[in-house]
Design a protein around this ligand. Structure first.
Ligand code: UFG
Length: 342
């Protein structure tokens, strides 16, 4: 039995990863306190895969509880997603972010020591690069001062994992630096469930198309890009989930200890207007949008050099921007139909 501990496994990326872990023959053990996720997600994972994941409801930052709750399993790896992730909120409540995001990572590292679990995949972000000087961004690009406390927690957790590795050469750890995850499972049974008004582009687009928001504001069209709007590397969440499965398989099969940092992106940048136009085309809907002011703190353009992950994990994106935006819209329609309480 290959048990994999998945902290934050009921969340957006976590739930998609649990589905792909099960499909690959693993047994995810979800640790979630449902502070930013819904319990029905556990049933949905079962509906998609035919297998109910084990659920340990609680806070992975509570090490004594976690150690006790996982005692009866021999766990081969941990994928640590659990973290707060709202950039704006992190600037208003930095302590909440430091306490939760750093605290849970420390707790997981302590847990690894006591449980004997050697393999860690950490959920990091391309935010660690800030606005890179050279594009596409390789793993050697320098880390820039973080733009927000949220971004700082990702940088700090990477440093903590690296320092811990230097002290305990038994562990094997990969930090995956995600670019912009979008879309949903093609079944439309799981997807992103933003709390309140979405900050991110794609949920705002789908909510506008669904009539929940009146109009989308494009944050600036005077950037130094072909159409003047910002460029990002949008990756389908199912592809991102598969990258986690490859990462955990890689660590389990590896004999030597290591710590490494890997970009997870498509290698292609798309502008905000390209995303809007593609969404309209593939879904046959008209989006109400206007050009507005720049959003403070936005990075002009960032996209990954994906050659390292292609090589080391034999992973590449399989799904297109078109598929991601179709799946995102299908998920939004499913939410409307089933009238989830979000
Ligand atoms: N955008 C709009 N209108 C909106 C929302 C977004 O024009 O209503 C634009 C933004 O200005 C940006 C692009 O769409 O150009 C993407 O914005 P998102 O908020 O979706 O994504 P970001 O790249 O700004 O942020 C994401 C994650 C963060 C992470 C960061 C790392 O949300 O958690 O990537 O670069 F820190």
């Amino acid at each position: 039995m290959n048990y994999i501990l998945v902290t934050g496994g009921a969340g957006y990326i976590g739930s998609h990863t649990c589905v792909e872990l099960i499909e690959a023959g693993f047994n995810p053990i979800i640790v979630d306190n449902f502070s930013n996720s819904e319990k029905f997600v556990i049933d949905r994972i079962e509906e998609i895969t035919g297998k109910k994941p084990i659920l340990l409801e609680g806070d992975c930052g509570n090490n004594p509880w976690l150690t006790d709750a996982t005692k009866k399993y021999k766990i081969d790896g941990c994928i640590h997603f659990a973290a707060f992730k709202a950039v704006g909120e992190s600037t208003k409540e930095p302590l909440k972010y430091f306490e939760n995001n750093i605290g849970s990572t420390l707790s997981i590292l302590k847990w690894m020591k006591t449980s004997g679990c050697k393999n860690l995949v950490f959920s990091s972000s391309c935010t660690v690069y800030g606005q890179p000087d050279i594009l596409p961004v390789t793993e050697q690009s320098p880390k820039k001062p973080a733009e927000s406390p949220y971004g700082r927690t990702k940088q700090m957790c990477e440093d903590i994992i690296e320092d811990y590795y230097k002290s305990d050469k038994n562990i094997k750890a990969l930090a995956l630096r995600y670019f912009n995850p979008i879309g949903a499972h093609p079944s439309a049974l799981i997807g992103e469930l933003p709390l309140g008004v979405p900050n991110n582009l794609v949920p705002f687009i789908t909510q506008t198309a669904a009539g929940i928001r009146e109009k989308l504001t494009v944050f600036g069209n005077d950037y130094d890009t072909p159409d003047g709007t910002c460029i990002r590397d949008y990756i389908h969440v199912v592809d991102l989930a598969l990258a986690h499965v490859s990462a955990i398989q890689f660590l389990i099969n590896k004999d030597e200890s290591l710590v490494d940092f890997i970009n997870v992106g498509t290698g292609v940048g798309n502008s905000v207007l390209e995303v809007i136009n593609t969404f309209e085309q593939v879904n046959g809907v008209q989006l109400n949008y206007e050009i507005g002011e720049r959003r403070s703190g936005d990075i002009e353009k960032v996209y990954a050099d994906a050659s390292y992950i292609n090589k080391i994990l034999c992973w590449a994106t399989r799904k297109s921007l078109e598929q991601a935006l179709e799946d995102a819209w299908r998920w939004q329609k499913a939410i409307n139909k089933r009238a989830y309480k979000i």
